[in-house]
Design a protein around this ligand. Structure first.
Ligand SMILES: C[S@@+](CC[C@H](N)C(=O)[O-])C[C@H]1O[C@@H](n2cnc3c(N)ncnc32)[C@H](O)[C@@H]1O
Length: 478
């Protein structure tokens, strides 16, 4: 005999749960529960759903065994929860939502997917359909908790607030918010695809005057503002790049004292398993990144001047409410110096010291293309002024200009006001290089420009002050 320490019962339980799932989804597809709000015999259900009476009896008995349906003599009737959520007569019918979610997150192709590397063409989740189908789901707790919190934060319904909902899906939180605060405004930022659905739902509620639906990308688009309240529900997986840069952007878009509501479940730290790992496994296998951990979010938010105001957990709903408070925000000077040194090192070691705009003719050293840019920006500039702008000697400027002139990129013309100097202009070829360089920067620096566009004037002044100071120190460095 084997001595058995562990019990295998878990595997049999899993198999039973799996079958329970199959039974439940088949019953939803047959729409059985919509006929069972009042007591019915098996033959009546069989007739209503186009099924065989004997087989239907087996199915109903199985539904009873799982507690979805009760049996009273020959009659079957929905259990209370089933009546609330799985009968089409209910306002919060979840049958279609559950069927969609089951299909969307199905692991039926798991073996094939783990064998192959991620497809790399992004997740195939249909967020537009998800937005439509999550509407009843929203009313099974999320809306109620959200409105309860909002009501406590802003007890005066006539307040004129402005909220922003990032990746807001159906926009239900915003619609309910406006119903309660009719003098307020909401902005929903969604992807171009989903925003069509959002707009449609907002229109159905006649709220287009109060709710602005913007199609765009919260990673790269400016957020405008300032807002009283920002909702970030189920979106942190989709934040690209540095999370702290994103949170800074949110902080800049919020009024001081404003709130950020993060909805979602997260792993405790980066070594623990993300909450809902299996629910989203199909998405992770298709390229959706893992969400950040709670610890990572907390650290980054603290740095951006947010304080945790409340942790909210009601049934399946989990959220964290943060308040922006920049009064105690400070960064040690050593961190600024470290970042500055890192930046200068990166620039010095940059692989892009040579910029290639598509041909040998259009390949430039950084110094060359920047001289072309300045001449393009200031046609007729003198070489002495170029030397002053770049903080380099006139012979060095002269050497570069000579090269650019030999390559047919610039022309020199005598200055009628001063015979000793000449004026610099771009040739047609120089203009081509100028525009290629502009395009390159427009594309590659967009994120930085957007970040600066979202940054408040006082912070920009502080950044400029630091950079000017650093430049003057370098100029006076012997
Ligand atoms: C998991 S859903 C959450 C929807 C809704 N906030 C909710 O909690 O039910 C994520 C949403 O974020 C949107 N989204 C993802 N990346 C985005 C981006 N870069 N810019 C704007 N929206 C984005 C998706 O279209 C999707 O509707």
């Amino acid at each position: 005999m084997y001595a058995i320490e562990d019990s295998p019962s878990r595997y049999y339980q899993i198999m039973r749960h799996y079958q329970e799932g199959q039974l439940l989804f088949a019953a939803i597809r047959l729409d059985l529960f919509s006929f069972l709000d009042t007591p019915q015999r098996a033959e009546e259900i069989a007739e209503a759903t186009g099924c065989d009476k004997i087989q239907m009896d087996f199915m109903l008995l199985s539904l009873v065994s799982c507690g979805f349906v009760h049996k009273q003599g020959d009659f079957y009737i929905n259990a209370s929860e089933t009546k609330s959520f799985l009968s089409r007569n209910s306002k919060v019918f979840l049958g279609d939502t559950l069927l969609f979610r089951e299909k969307m997150t199905s692991l039926s192709l798991l073996e094939e997917k783990v064998k192959a590397p991620p497809a790399g063409n992004g997740p195939s989740y249909d967020f537009s359909e998800l937005a439509r189908l999550t509407i009843p789901e929203m009313y099974t707790g999320r809306v109620q908790v959200f409105m309860d919190k909002i009501g406590k934060l802003y007890p005066n319904n006539s307040d004129t607030l402005h909220i922003l909902d990032l990746g807001g899906g159906a926009g239900i939180l915003d619609i309910e918010f406006i119903k309660q605060f009719p003098n307020s405004k909401a902005t929903i930022l969604e992807t171009p695809e989903v925003s069509k659905v959002t707009r449609e739902i907002v229109q159905q509620h006649h709220m287009q005057q109060k709710i602005d639906v913007i199609s765009g990308d919260f990673n790269s688009d400016p957020l405008d503002g300032p807002y009283d309240f920002i909702i970030a529900s189920g979106i942190l997986n989709f934040v690209e790049g540095d999370l702290s840069v994103f949170m800074e952007k949110l902080s800049d878009a919020l009024k001081d004292g404003g709130y950020l509501f993060i909805i979602g479940q997260f792993a405790e730290d980066k070594n623990s398993v993300p909450a809902n790992m299996i629910s989203w496994l199909s998405g992770f296998l298709e390229g959706i990144p893992l969400p950040p951990s709670a610890k990572e979010i907390e650290t980054v938010l603290q740095k951006s001047g947010f304080n945790l105001a409340e942790r909210i957990k009601v049934s399946l709903f989990e959220g964290h409410l943060y308040q922006k408070d920049r009064r105690n925000l400070s960064v040690p000077s050593s961190e600024v110096i470290d970042s500055f040194i890192m930046l200068t090192e990166r620039i010095a070691n940059s692989k892009t010291n040579v910029l290639d705009f598509g041909s040998e003719e259009m390949t430039f050293y950084r110094g060359e293309i920047h001289m072309i840019k300045t001449i393009g920006d200031y046609p007729g500039i003198h070489s002495a002024e170029l030397a002053r702008k770049y903080g380099i000697t006139r012979p060095v400027v002269h050497k570069t200009l000579q090269k650019l002139s030999e390559r047919g990129l610039i022309v020199k013309q005598d200055d009628p006001e001063d015979k000793k100097r000449y004026l610099l202009y771009l040739t047609e070829k120089g203009q081509t290089a100028y525009h290629a360089h502009k395009k390159y920067h427009d594309e590659y620096d967009k994120a930085l420009f957007d970040f600066l566009g979202d940054t408040s004037g006082d912070k920009l002044a502080a950044m400029k002050g630091f950079l000017d100071h650093a430049i003057s120190l370098i100029e006076h460095h012997s």
